[in-house]
Design a protein around this ligand. Sequence first.
Ligand code: ATP
Length: 332
Amino acid sequence: HHFPYKNHSTLLCPSVSKKGPRWAHMTTTTTAAAGTRRNKKIVVILGATGSGKSKLSVDLASRFFTSSEIINSDKIQVYNGLDITTNKIPLHERENVPHHLLGEFHPSNSHPDFTPSDYRSHCAATISKILSRQHIPIIAGGSNSFIYALLAEKFSPEIDVFSESDSINSVICKQVRYNCCFVWVDVSLPVLNQYLVKRVDDMLDSGMFEELADYFNDPDSDSVSQSGLKNAIGIPEFARYFNRFKNKAVTELENRLAYEEAVKAVKDNTCQLAKRQLGKILRLRDAAGWDLKRIDATAAFTAKLAGKRVEDIWEREVVEPSVKIVKRFLME
Ligand code: ATP
């Protein structure tokens, strides 16, 4: 389970190995800038919501590479609070792998929202620290706008590269400022949608409703509701449910109907989010030309939905091919 290149010190560039990662090679024929980029190796896991990115990142980090650290790239999960509603990976599933930019920021009204530009600089600083420890940074999360902001060699905050415009091909940045290994966990959308609908029910069983009730009952809720969490799926959908019933008595039936309406809206919006995210991933592949290695995790999800044992399929169809891709990348 050791990092494959630990003992191959002859391959390492001495001037880099003091500061940079151990897997940095001699780059005598490349330019200085390209050489630097080449030494900054990071793994980036892409995928729509619910596709298993967090699990895969921990699987890669904990079972195969002893020295990896995970950095969150979900724009809602950077804030603390609403852990169930926003699907933060629970502590016990993190397997002692360090997680960064996960629930680190207070969603306060007094701070402006955490922007893609903020992510670009915070994440770059985190990556530098991880690389200086000679560990592998693994970026995992669903916000492709954050991933683009982080990686684009030249990033312009005012250009929305995910807008529906045809001229995007000429402005989207094709060069990345790190040496990236992109792993894209893909699940066929109809299957993913079925899973997402079930996941909302599971989240409600795990306390999502109570978490939202606390959020709306918070005396500071006005300031909280202005914060970065205000757009988290669950908040707008349940706002009507909680606010409508605040000051008046309602019948059991009205209550139940409003609840069901909110749950349905959460399910619909989660499925729409997955579809939008998939569109953004395809844009990174097709318009930016980033070399995304696609891993098809559909079979694991089909098994899960059928109530079958899923661990072996996940291992064989998702973890093993991902490990192969990352190993090859680290040895390049
Ligand atoms: P956009 O340009 O649509 O904001 P993006 O790539 O910046 O896209 P996404 O991660 O796709 O960001 O999130 C878009 C929206 O999806 C968020 O504003 C929020 O409503 C919802 N969302 C994303 N992640 C979560 C999450 N973890 N929990 C709840 N809602 C989320």
